[in-house]
Design a protein around this ligand. Sequence first.
Ligand SMILES: [Zn+2]
Length: 478
Amino acid sequence: MELKLYDTLAREKRPFAPLDWQDPSIPPEKKRVRMYVCGPTVYDFAHIGNARPVIVFDALVRLLRHLYGPEHVAYVRNITDVDDKINARAAEEYPDLPLNEAIRKVTEQTEKQFHEDVAALGCLPPTVEPRATEHIAEMKALIERLVASGHAYVADDHVLFHVPSMPDYGKLAKRSLDEMVAGARVEVAPYKRDPQDFVLWKPSKPGEPAWPSPAGIKTPGRPGWHIECSAMSWKHLGETFDIHGGGIDLVFPHHENEIAQSRSAFRTPAMAQFWMHNGFLQVEGEKMAKSLGNFVTIRELLRNWPGEVIRLNMLKTHYRQPIDWTTRGLVECRHAINGWANALEPHGLTSEEGAYAPPIEVMEALSDDINTAKALAAMHGMARASKAGDVKAAQHLAGAADFLGLQRSKWDAKLEAMIYKMGVDREFDAWVDGLISARNGARKAKDYAEADRIRDELAAMGVVLKDTKDGTTWEVAR
Ligand SMILES: [Zn+2]
């Protein structure tokens, strides 16, 4: 089985061969597949858009651990715990505490929430989860190198990366110079030599987190955002590694700048051999934004849905495609998971951890650039065969559900409670009411086939309709 992955930088899908395996000087027991994924900035509950890279790269790391052995995969996902948003949040939430103490409270509690949330979504912990504030020394070492080699300069107590010093700049984002300059002009500062130059280090205002500055600057300061990922990936994975991942929104400027920093500091032709990005996520057909009132946190979703349902709703779309996150999608996923459980039941099977190996069909689909949609379609086929009495298919289904983190054992009890709860869930109510009025419309138009189809769709969700002279009522069968 050959693993193929899509590389954003090369704009192509190609076979994956980890660097350590190409280096005969590294003994077999020391070889590692090395992957870095940009993690959360810990200042508030993670939203469903933040969950996408965590789930997508969890699927990939499960596959890599399966293919190369769990001890041969190094998966690094950082925690950004120094940021203006964190400072603002800390001052707002704990106005009576010194800022540093308030910041520690905010980052500790947010990190804990994040861990709980992604664990509920079936995501396994990364091998290393480095914090930015614990890697200030590495950031300063990188900055010193960049200044010494002429890629960065000091101006007005800032250290800036000089973009024209990097001829390949812009290749990841494939942006023209004009576009990049236009984007940079919005925040152009007088001390920049070139409008594209970006901050590696900046002075701290009184009360803000501060460290002794590099490059001979007297004023204490703090790192820019981009330099932390170059420093943490270097420390834990080396100068060049296999996979760098994140959301598509990080391509520019964050990943473009990481490449500029790391390649210039180490004089290497590449920072990572594969750049992988998950697509955008929107909610009910609209861009998610606090101002639109459709800002959905993982925590809120977990109040109404089992984590495995949320996970399946994410994985059913190929990771590079945009996702439209809908309640309707969640309803369908609950139905699908319920269907798999029903298919396993006659064979007395559960998908306990490690009980059955994942089937070849599913592994082949995942090896083709994490084609989860194809893997899930194969699982639906196994469920049909299983219902028809095929024991082998049932075992394959159990193995696949276990491998993808969609085990029955996890959600079975919760699911029963959910079926009841969904009857009183407002979003679910709205969905059912919408279908009932569509059915009434179909009946009025004498389209009885469509009316029956809608009734069956509702029945599949456990919704029983009662037509009375006063209209249609419904209840959730238990
Ligand atoms: Zn990053």
